[in-house]
Structures are given as C-alpha cells and as structure tokens.
Design a protein around this ligand. Structure first.
Ligand code: ADP
Ligand code: XUL
Length: 520
C-alpha cells in the first residue's frame, strides 16, 4: 500500500492498471475492449464505419460508458479502490470531444444514473474525430497559408500541419458546421476529456498531448495566438490548458466515490497522450533509448537530446511528461494491417509467427510488399497502396507465408527509414504494444534495425506509464526508483539480429525506398 492507478483510453480499449511501488508489483490490470464489450456502439475496432476511408470518428459516449463498465469490473475483482492514493491517465492522441456545456458548469454527475446519461446532453457534436482521420487536407492548407507556410508551423509546434492533428480537425468542423462550432463552449483531447470525467469538472490539456494539436508554441508552453486565430474564431476560449503533465487537475468526484469506493480527496494528475505515457512506462524518459510501439498504430519514439524536426515533414515533437521533449513518428498501418493479412491468408497469430520464423527467410526470397492497406500518414498517402512485387505467385497473392513476412518486413523497413531524422541509431530497441508478444515480428525488427530487442513484462506501457506518473506526482517517488521496479526489460526475452541480415536488408531497403518514391 498505497496503490497508484493509471487509466489508458486507447483506440480499441480502455485499461486500468494499478501499482504498489513499495512491493514493486502490478496489483491490477483490467481492460474493456470496445468492440467486444460494447457492441451497441458498432465499433469493432473502436471507430465508426464510414463510406469515406479518410473519415474516422468514434462515439465519445462509448468511452464514457467504458469507464463505468471498467470500474464496475475492477470492483467485481475485489480490488479496493479506496487504497488508491492518486490517479493519472493517458489517451489516444489528437482526437477531440466537443461540448456545448463546459464540464466545469455541468453540475455534479448523479450517482443514481449511468455516467453516460449525464454526459450525453453536454455534447455539441455527436462524434469525435480520432487520430486515424485524414480528411482535413483543405484545413491544413488554410492554416499553414494563414501563418506563412508549413515551415512556420513546424518551427512553432514541432510538426507541419497534419491531417489527424486537432487544430485542422477543429477548423474542418468550424468550416462545415459553423453553427455547431459556435455552440461549442469547450473542446477536449481524449486525454483531458477522460480526466474531466474523473474530477467532475473541466480538466486541462497537458503539454505532452497538447503538442499534437498544431496549436502549441513549444518554446513558450502556451497556445500560439497566431495558430489559434488561423484555426477557428474564438478558439482560445474553448481550450482548457495547457498545463505541465505533472499538474494536479482535481480530486476524484463524488460519483466515483459513491459508486466504486474511491477515497474522498484522491488527487488526479493531468492525463497525457498514450505515446508520451508509454515513454514513461518504458522507462525511456531520459535520452538514449528508442522505443517501438506496436499498437493499433505503430510508433517509433525517443526522448530528445536537442530540439530537431523532421526535414521530410512526417515526424513530430511532443512533450516529454518527465520534462523536455520527445520525438515521434507514427504509422497508421500498424496492427490492423497485420490483422488484415492474417485474415486474408486464414492464419491465427501462432501460424503468423511460424510463417516468419519457420517457413520464410530474411529478405523474403526477393518478394516485397508495400504495406499501406488504409490511408497512411508516413509517408502521406490518402489512398491505400498495398502493392506486391516479386515472384508471379507472390504478386498473385498465392504465397500466404511470404505475404505475412512481406507485411512485417515492409513495416519494419518503413519504420527504420522514416525514423532516421530522430538521430538515434539504436543498438537496443525497446518494444511495446499488443503485437510485441509476437516473436516473429520482434525478429524482423531486430534484423531490419540491426539492434537487440527487449520488451517489458507489462505489455501495456501506456497504462503503466499513467500509473507511474500518478506515483511520481502523488507519492514523491523518483523516476529512477520507479523504473528499476517496473520498467526493467523482461530477462527471458531478448532477440538479437540474425547473422548476415544487414546486407539482405540494405538491398531490400533500397528497393523499398525506390518503390515508395514511385508513389509520388
Ligand atoms: P491500442 O493500445 O492501440 O488499442 P494494443 O497495443 O492493445 O492497441 O494492441 C492491439 C493489437 O495487438 C490488436 O489489434 C492485435 O492486432 C495485436 N496483437 C495482439 N496479439 C498479437 C500477436 N500475438 N501477434 C501480433 N499482433 C497481436
Ligand atoms: C500518434 C498517433 C497515434 C495515437 C493512437 O501521433 O496518432 O499513435 O496516439 O495511439
């Protein structure tokens, strides 16, 4: 005792993890899968179907209902929430929630009814655009144009204007639904929205996640007046924050005390983005360690030694919750692309792994695939481009094992090629996310990056990072101590590059890059 609780509101699930720092133990690890546990939201992968592949929205009420369901499950396990000394959390980045009544003016959530019934009347927009959305190119152009170009946006915010980032998403809403925008009094990121629910009032956006909005001036740590004006009228008044990631944003509200047994006065610390939270959960908040996260999206990130931006325009600078900044590059074709190939060839994950480790060889006998099954942000492709090159049988889609290796090799090549700007040539890569338990994928990463691969025992580094942040901010534990107890690499899992693979992937990389260039 005491325990520290971290919540992670990700694309496909909401998780709760609690730690006991004194004993160095994870004492709670529960999850709600939106598709499986809340099927009435018709979001098998956490987002709503849309005929336009560039539009990806979720119903924010699904996240609200998931919070009630998660906490009732936690209670049902017998876990005593009154032992929780502090809470923090994380959310999928960039997504935005629009409210006609600020949470600070909404009144108390009644414990006599479901949270979702109290929140529903507050929304000014029924759906929330999420990070997978790529429908805002016009808004990006307008914002960049108004402030003197993407060079200026990059200098101020660490990223050029990016379709999935919150500013362009807000501008699109303002342009297409001006009356609803006018009615909107408060706009949240997923992270600050979830924190607001817990404290029953408006919780501010933190600097870690706020940096993914195309609105934050990294140098001053405040929203840029020029970018606010270029995005939508009156926007500054609708955005709470930004605040440092270590800030207390309130105390747990009566609803959760009455319903689930939290202790009155439990502090809640700012929620951040899932990637900044993972940086902490991987024990990687000091420069020198690169992390690959294989979740719904694949990301590569590292704490920054010095300010730098991606000359190709795909990478980003976010706030490091432990102070300073982190670099990140994100790939939309992550787990869902791997799942698509597995489904197409009829393999489960075991067969998928065997296809890589037993049936095929590094370099895939010269077969090469472009892994863009859905619109991609790195490189920017608004239309899918899953092309195959190599033997006639492979091109015809008739070599199941080679297709499996093909998608994983191409994703690893793309990650490595597009993360060169980060300036770390890692000899050690820490890997996390749902797919990090797959030995086949880890071996390909080791071979392509020519780096040793380690994972942590805890697969959900974003939820763990949230629990560690609660412990650091709420319990005066220091990072080094927490990392030693919770973020040490799994001693049983260590994957090294196979001999001879460097040359194989130098050749394949050259072909991959040449095919990418042809996509324009
Ligand atoms: P997110 O946090 O973005 O919701 P997770 O990190 O929880 O995502 O990862 C979920 C994904 O992990 C699933 O979509 C699934 O494709 C993938 N996954 C789970 N187990 C395996 C496995 N053994 N091999 C490869 N991928 C896996
Ligand atoms: C990062 C990004 C995704 C989301 C979802 O820029 O868009 O990684 O945070 O996990």
């Amino acid at each position: 005792m005491p325990y520290y609780l971290g919540l992670d509101s990700s694309t496909q699930s909401l998780s709760a993890m609690a730690i006991d720092p004194e004993r160095g133990r994870v004492v709670l690890d529960e999850s709600i899968n939106f598709g499986r546990d809340l099927p009435h939201y018709a979001s098998p992968h956490g987002f709503l179907a849309n005929a336009n592949p560039n539009i990806k929205h979720s119903n924010p009420l699904m996240w609200v209902e998931a919070l009630d369901l998660l906490l009732s499950r936690v209670r049902a396990t017998g876990f005593d929430l009154s032992q929780v000394a502090a809470v923090s959390g994380a959310g999928q980045q960039h997504g935005s929630v629009y409210l006609s009544t600020p949470l600070s003016a909404a009144g108390k959530f009644g414990a006599d009814r479901a949270l979702v019934d109290s929140v529903k009347p507050l929304l000014s927009r029924p759906s929330a655009p999420i990070w997978m959305d790529s429908s805002t190119s016009a808004a990006c152009g307008e914002i960049a144009g108004a402030v003197g170009g993407d060079g200026v946006v990059t200098k101020v915010t660490g990223s050029r204007t990016i379709e999935r980032f919150t500013g362009p998403q807000i501008r699109k809403f303002y342009r297409e639904e001006p009356a609803s925008y006018e009615q909107t009094r408060e706009i949240h990121l997923v992270s600050s929205f979830m924190a607001s629910l817990l404290v029953g009032t408006t919780a501010p956006i933190d600097l870690g996640d706020g940096a993914g909005m195309n609105l934050l001036d990294l140098a001053s740590g405040s929203f840029s007046r020029e970018l606010l004006d270029a995005t939508a009228p009156g926007l500054g008044a609708k955005l709470p924050g930004p605040v440092p990631s270590t800030q207390k944003v309130g105390e747990i509200t009566g609803y959760f005390i009455e319903k689930y047994g939290f202790r009155a006065g439990t502090p809640v610390f700012a929620f951040t983005g899932d990637n900044p939270s993972s940086l902490i959960g991987m024990g990687a908040s000091a420069p020198g360690t690169a992390v690959v996260s294989l979740g719904t999206s694949d990301t590569v990130f590292a704490a920054m030694r010095e300010p730098r931006t991606d000359p190709q325009g795909f990478g980003h600078v976010f706030g490091n919750p432990a102070g300073g900044f982190m670099s990140l590059i994100c790939f939309a074709n992550g787990s869902l692309a791997r799942e698509q190939v597995a489904k197409d060839v009829g393999y489960d994950w075991d067969a998928f792994t065997r296809a890589i480790l037993e049936t095929t060889q590094p370099g895939n006998s010269g077969n090469l695939l472009l892994p863009f099954f859905v619109p991609e942000m790195t490189p920017k492709l608004l239309a899918p481009a899953a092309k195959r090159f190599g033997s006639p049988a492979f091109v015809a889609g008739k070599e199941p094992a080679a297709l499996v290796r093909g998608v994983v090799e191409a994703q690893a090549l793309s990650m490595q090629y597009h993360s060169r700007w980060i300036g770390e040539t890692p000899s050690l890569l820490l890997v996390t996310g749902g797919a990090s338990r797959n030995r086949g994928i880890l071996q390909v990463l080791a071979d392509v990056f020519q780096a040793e691969i380690r994972t942590l025992k805890t697969g959900n580094s974003s939820a763990l990072g949230a629990a560690l942040r609660a412990a650091q901010a709420g319990g005066a534990h220091d990072w080094a101590d927490l990392y030693a107890r919770f973020a040490a690499p799994d001693p049983d899992l260590q994957v090294a590059p196979a001999p001879g693979t460097e040359r194989v992937y130098d050749e394949l990389r050259a072909r991959f890059v040449a095919e990418l260039a042809k996509l324009g």
